[in-house]
Design a protein around this ligand. Sequence first.
Ligand SMILES: Cc1cc2nc3c(=O)[nH]c(=O)nc-3n(C[C@H](O)[C@H](O)[C@H](O)COP(=O)(O)OP(=O)(O)OC[C@H]3O[C@@H](n4cnc5c(N)ncnc54)[C@H](O)[C@@H]3O)c2cc1C
Length: 421
Amino acid sequence: MIGIVGAGITGLTLSSYLEERGEEHLVLEATERPGGVIRTTEVEGRILDHGPQRTRVTPEISLQLEQLGLESELITVPPDHPLFVCRGGELRLVPFTPAGLFRTNLLSWPGKLRVFLEPLTARWMEDETVGAFLTRKFGAEAYENLMGPLFGGLYGSDPGEMYVRHSLAGTMEGLGVSRSILWRFLQGSFNRSSAPAAISFRGGMETWIRALHESVKDRVRLSTPVEALEPGSDGRGWRLLLGDDSLEVDELVFTLPADAASELLLPVAPELGARLRMLRYNSLALVHLAGETGLHGLGYQVSYGENLRTRGVTWNASALARNGVYTAFLGGARDPGLLELSDQEIGEIARREFGQVTGAETRVLSVSRTRVPSWDRSWTVLEGIRVPRGIHLCSNYESRVGIPGRISRARAMAEELASPE
Ligand SMILES: Cc1cc2nc3c(=O)[nH]c(=O)nc-3n(C[C@H](O)[C@H](O)[C@H](O)COP(=O)(O)OP(=O)(O)OC[C@H]3O[C@@H](n4cnc5c(N)ncnc54)[C@H](O)[C@@H]3O)c2cc1C
């Protein structure tokens, strides 16, 4: 028997892959709702996502959506929609092609010339942060106005605190970058029309979770927090304490956040538990705004020099045909103090700053708070970790954060568990 702790997208997908392989298993979820950070609500008939707003469709995801019969529910983000960075109070186009890079008004001419020197610079170094690396490669102007906001925005993090080896190195490898990022860019590797499509669903991202949960629901126990762990009774496997109940498993997979995993592991694997507790998460506020703006594009990130607390805004109205909805992201590693403000204050900052940048009048529909693994320097504690026999970590702090990464990690985990040693 395999026990899976957590019914977010990773736990549910792992369940479906194990089901395909005929492996006996059970998913235990603390809350009454599957999906974890993927959560959708409806306010005044408008769909609001409080976690990911969309995802890229890899072949694995495409197959899963087809098996779940979700194709007719999909909304595809138009691949040619422009993305902007706010610099000097103005929205400026992000260049995705060599001609765009040449023409962009996001960088000064000296800033552009500095970018073109990148092939002469050396590859990343062992203890180099993403911020130091991108500044060394492309110059401070390009880092602060383009690469820093775009890369850091993925994690709500500060690239100046993230080691290349933990985060960017994997992305560069995926893009086939050996030494020069610019060279790959000039060859068209960053061309958005060749990238997998980005999608959401008519009813929001939780549509996917509901269908996935339905397909494995006999294997999922909701409202069943795992409260503690003990070694299995005959010296094999593990015993999960579930309030008045308990469950013996041969293999145990953790798909839950690092602090929750740490709490369960501390008594049985103190060193691992202590290390997981040291991983930092970034707290974010999401503010949903509503208004008829006429804006066309994916949204914008904010350059580091701006006097704004908003990190970026996704234009769901235009990218996902979402009835006047805009999602602003605030807080994160560069502004942790923001989360100490009240919801009302945070909502008002988002609304005012959105108006300042775009000229559009909106009103606040909702303010919610969430968090993401920061993948910063604290990730060195995971180097050389030893995980007890029969326990497997399968979470967005030990493998990639994005949903495509979660799905492929779940598949690899299912293969590992299903194959005899
Ligand atoms: C704001 C935000 C924006 C994002 N944007 C994108 C994006 O644009 N594109 C993209 O691809 N990805 C994005 N991501 C990342 C992606 O959504 C997440 O990495 C992914 O959904 C995490 O899923 P998970 O199942 O691994 O973990 P989680 O969703 O965290 O699920 C873990 C589950 O474990 C449960 N649990 C905790 N403790 C216990 C316990 N003791 N017993 C039982 N159950 C327990 C929790 O209740 C939860 O349901 C974003 C994430 C966030 C937060």
